[in-house]
Write a protein that binds this ligand. Structure first.
Ligand SMILES: C=C(O[C@@H]1C=C(C(=O)O)C=C[C@H]1O)C(=O)O
Length: 89
């Protein structure tokens, strides 16, 4: 309450906004994972490779340009989700 009173921050409203954003982020991650797996499956069935390194480097660059080191880590997690069980060693 002290922080809210001093700063004028509506903590409840801010947390509701964060919760809504998290839901949206998770929804988008699930959607990305589904599309990534679809592409990977189609490529494997056509006899192609499971992973395309050049394309993955572009993804790493995109996330790290916006988010720095953590962006790189986030890109790594997204790419691993897209690989599914095939991404595990
Ligand atoms: C989805 C693809 O397949 C794989 C998954 C990628 C991704 O999740 O962004 C990127 C490159 C590939 O290793 C693709 O080639 O675009």
């Amino acid at each position: 309450m002290a922080v809210e009173a001093k700063s004028g921050l509506d903590l409840g409203a801010a947390r509701r906004e964060i919760d809504a954003l998290d839901s949206e982020i998770v929804r988008l991650i699930l959607r990305r994972t589904e599309v990534s797996r679809r592409v990977g499956r189609a490529r494997r069935e056509a006899g192609g490779p499971r992973v395309v390194h050049k394309r993955e480097l572009e993804i790493f660059a995109r996330y790290s340009q916006s988010l720095g080191k953590e962006g790189n880590e986030l890109a790594d997690i997204l790419l691993r989700l897209g690989r599914g069980h095939l991404g595990r060693p």
